[in-house]
Design a protein around this ligand. Structure first.
Ligand code: BDR
Ligand code: CA
Length: 318
């Protein structure tokens, strides 16, 4: 079995990514670590437990991690415009499991423990701000070397952002954390950027077929997606080009982790994150010509096997 660790900020697309991974054959998720981001840390934990319950997979341990960015002075920017205030479209379910079901061990300690226990055999997928990963790197610099591979949804490849002019949400939410993780020498690292994800959208026809399946999981998805769909609709009135199709950002990083052959093209270069720019803080910088003289390079994904991706997504709601 392929072993995965998942670090997320469980909003709508994190839930989609997680449900797809849970449905994929030959995958074992060793643990899910929660990070602030789309919503508060407690909401992220609750949302994760809820998704696992819907999928009948409540045995997978969920850990609580960082509640704020490294330099965030206790505050995180949330993405409630898209994901709703509670992160899953504000359609609470009273029968959802409570926070007492979260493990006692801290997420960062669990990450380090599991990476040691399964050294060289476990891949990590990160679909939220990178605060937990950065803390893990700072506590144990050899942490990235123990991972088989790392898959990140975050950053940008053409200086285009979604929360600021140049900043993608996950990296802008905690730029220092992204910087620490991308500058730690470690394992093969794949990055699904904002522009890559929205340019490789799924068709609305696929979306409708996907979400209208007659299953409990699809019914759950219809509920939690309604808020995001409304927001997308509003943005399409302003002709924002990311609304041309269905974009499930986090699912690309997850699909790549589940089946690396989904990645059919990538730029192999060193990457870093701008921390000081007044307009560009949080922006990912691609060092295509090697000026930064860094030895660790990442694979910045440019092309995907969309047929495989559709199959991966479709299975999630079966
Ligand atoms: C990323 O930001 C979050 O809102 C999504 O869950 C995704 O991880 C896209 O920029
Ligand atoms: Ca996310």
């Amino acid at each position: 079995k392929k072993l995965l660790l998942v670090d997320l900020d469980c909003g709508v697309d994190d839930a989609q990514a997680l449900m797809s991974a849970l449905a994929a054959p030959g995958i074992e998720i060793l643990g899910i670590t929660c990070c602030h981001g789309n919503t508060t840390l407690d909401n992220v934990c609750r949302n994760t437990l809820r998704v696992l319950q819907v999928c009948g997979r409540s045995e997978i341990p969920v850990y609580k991690g960082a509640s704020a960015p490294l330099l965030g002075y206790g505050h995180s920017i949330h993405a409630s415009n898209y994901h709703g205030k509670d992160g899953l479209g504000d359609v609470p379910d009273l029968s959802a499991p409570g926070l007492e079901n979260v493990q006692k061990e801290h997420a960062v300690l669990a990450m380090l423990r599991l990476a040691n226990e399964y050294s060289g055999r476990v891949s990590l997928v990160a679909t939220g701000p990178l605060t937990n990963l950065a803390l893990a790197v700072n506590m144990e610099p050899s942490f990235p070397q123990k991972l088989k591979s790392l898959f990140i949804m975050g950053g940008n490849m053409e200086s285009r952002g979604n929360v600021t002019a140049c900043g993608e949400f996950n990296f802008t939410c905690d730029p220092e954390a992204a910087y620490i993780v991308l500058n730690a020498y470690g394992c093969p690292t794949y990055i699904a950027t904002w522009e890559f994800t929205f340019k490789n959208y799924l068709s609305w026809a696929f979306h409708d077929k996907w979400i209208n399946q007659e299953t409990r999981k699809a019914e759950f998805m219809r509920k939690i997606c309604a808020h995001a769909a409304e927001f997308t609709e509003k943005c399409s009135d302003t002709e924002e080009d990311w609304t041309k199709g269905f974009v499930s950002c986090d699912s690309y990083a997850m699909a790549a982790a589940v089946d690396e052959s989904c990645v059919t093209g990538a730029i192999n270069c060193a990457v870093s994150v701008e921390l000081a720019g007044t307009l560009t803080r949080g922006m990912m910088v691609l060092d295509i010509t090697g000026k930064l003289e860094k030895k660790n390079k990442a694979f910045v994904i440019t092309k995907f096997d969309m047929e495989k991706f559709e199959r991966f997504m479709m299975a999630a709601l079966k």
